[in-house]
Design a protein around this ligand. Structure first.
Ligand code: AHM
Ligand code: MG
Length: 335
């Protein structure tokens, strides 16, 4: 179908899940709604700060201005709660998970984990930021409050995951385990259109993304890999190209489209790396694998890690399979 909207796509693909009750579709619809609101607010972030007053002050309507990450967190929580299909939410913005107490929500089959606005330090410099989300079926009993065990599930158990990138255009990219599809927002009519069907990492990949400032405090294996990326070896298209935005969704999205790998390793300063397993690594690992890529930590597949803590951090290496394979060869090599 030409010019397929996200709404139409959600309805069409619901047919792929026999016995589906439409609850997952409602979750995706509420994410779509919150993404539109956050996109709108993100676009005027500079205006809000410099012209309408900094966060913490009042805007012209006399309302208290919120920081954009707090705003995003509230919008996603409210939108998901309103559809009454989610019994709880875990967010990078909240220390503890939220269990919805309303009876209608307690009957919700799903929990959502999210980083409502990743890379938010980039807002002030007009660089792309993103929302990352992950959906699990609860393991606790229906009709009760969501429990911690509902949130501490391995990435392999995700029923859907995705991200929204607020860039030169806003895009929503998601997977329900049946490939990855990307939708671009047309702000003039407020609609997401299918623009990137069946996204796959390209065969040829040559971008590496890492904060090289941390290289001397990273392991010798990571130093070795970065040296490998920079080696002059034209027969294997090396040296590779270095690109690092410092905004995970933007770096991941570019590498998904152009072919590349993103690395946030453990360092002596951050012994488990910086990125959170449940809110950042696991959902993007789900997307990466669905797009033919790979996502690993130092010696295991990200999706196989059993989370122990809501805000657990793990080293993350994610992207094109061939480049992750090269990295793995170095990581697994004896010293
Ligand atoms: P945040 O969740 O506090 O926004 O931090 C996550 C961000 C990622 O988007 C980005 O890839 C990474 O932090 C950059 O970290 P660094 O500045 O250490 O390179
Ligand atoms: Mg984050």
């Amino acid at each position: 179908m030409k010019n397929q909207t996200l709404g139409e796509f959600i309805i069409d693909t619901q047919k792929d899940f026999p016995g589906s009750t439409g609850e997952l579709s409602k979750i995706l619809s509420s994410i779509r709604l919150a993404a539109k609101l956050v996109s709108h607010e993100t676009n005027k972030a500079g205006l809000a700060k410099h012209i309408l007053g900094a966060a913490g002050s009042e805007n012209v309507q006399g309302e208290q201005q919120q920081k954009l990450d707090v705003y995003a967190n509230n919008q996603f929580i409210e939108a998901l709660k309103a559809r009454e299909v989610v019994c709880g939410i875990g967010s990078e913005e909240n220390d503890e998970f939220i269990s919805f107490e309303e009876d209608s929500c307690k009957n919700g089959k799903y929990v959502v984990l999210m980083d409502p606005l990743d890379g938010s330090s980039n807002i002030d410099v007009n660089v792309s930021i993103g929302t990352i989300f992950s959906v699990f079926e609860r393991c606790s009993e229906l009709g009760t409050l969501a429990k911690k065990e509902d949130f501490l599930q391995k990435g392999t158990k995700q029923v859907a995951a995705g991200y929204v990138i607020y860039g030169s255009s806003t895009m929503l990219v998601y997977s329900t385990g049946n490939g990855v599809n990307g939708f671009t927002f047309d702000p003039s009519i407020g609609v997401f259109f299918l623009s990137h069907p069946n996204m796959k990492f390209p065969e040829k990949a040559s971008i590496f993304s890492i904060n090289e400032g941390n290289l001397n405090i990273s392991s010798s294996k990571i130093q070795e890999y970065v040296a490998y990326c920079k080696e002059n070896n034209p027969s294997s298209s090396r040296p590779y190209t270095a690109r690092y935005i410092g905004s995970l969704v933007a770096d991941f999205h570019r590498n998904l489209i152009k072919g590349g790998v993103y690395l946030y390793p453990d360092t002596t300063k951050a012994p488990n790396g910086k990125l959170r397993l449940l809110y950042e690594c696991s959902p993007l690992a789900f997307i990466a694998e669905q797009a033919g890529g790979k996502a690993i930590s130092n010696n295991e597949r990200i999706l196989d890690i059993q989370p122990e803590d809501l805000h657990q951090r793990v080293p993350l290496y994610i992207g094109s399979s061939n480049m992750i394979n090269e990295l793995e060869a170095i990581l697994n090599r004896g010293n």
